[in-house]
Design a protein around this ligand. Sequence first.
Ligand SMILES: C[S@@+](CC[C@H](N)C(=O)[O-])C[C@H]1O[C@@H](n2cnc3c(N)ncnc32)[C@H](O)[C@@H]1O
Length: 194
Amino acid sequence: LFWSRIVIDFKPHLKLAHALWKDLVKPGATLIDATCGNGHDTCALAKLKPSQLFALDIQEEAVRKTEKNLKILLDSSDFEKIRFIASCHSHFPPTIFPRSVQLIVYNLGYLPGGDKELVTQVETTLLSIQKALDLVSCDGAISITCYPGHPEGEKEEQALLTFFRSLSPKKWNCLYHQWVNRPKSPSLFFIRPV
Ligand SMILES: C[S@@+](CC[C@H](N)C(=O)[O-])C[C@H]1O[C@@H](n2cnc3c(N)ncnc32)[C@H](O)[C@@H]1O
């Protein structure tokens, strides 16, 4: 039923991801933005009325700037639900219990307008996603947008394809979406427990 409500006409990968999030998330859910960066995705998630939203980024400066911006952009009731954490996403807070998070979001790569060297890395991305598989609830999903147009992004996408292809179809539904007539266009993985 969930899938049948989404119309897959041409949408940039992030618009498609946001449409899937909106369709999936129920008010009161726990959500994680594992790469909050400039906070655009965190802002979209906060508007889905979660009970708690964890926003992580490895760059302390990005996290503080995002916190400041979202305080202005969001209603105070939505803003208060966000916990900003300057940390690598291979370490989630221990207060997040297994099977308790409805949506975990990754927007991989580097921060637009920031230092291109501070890019997500295959090893920590895979470590984090393995942990995310334990945290996601039975009605939840992990959403990952990938950028194969730069070398680290291409490596990451290949590693994710290999990893998700290895998961049991009895336990996981692993969707991979890319506009194949747009070479190296960003892609979207959407992973759900069966
Ligand atoms: C494409 S940007 C995210 C954009 C963001 N979601 C937004 O809406 O503005 C990728 C982010 O991942 C962050 N990042 C890189 N390695 C990370 C890691 N190991 N843990 C957490 N964040 C990381 C970068 O600092 C960067 O801000």
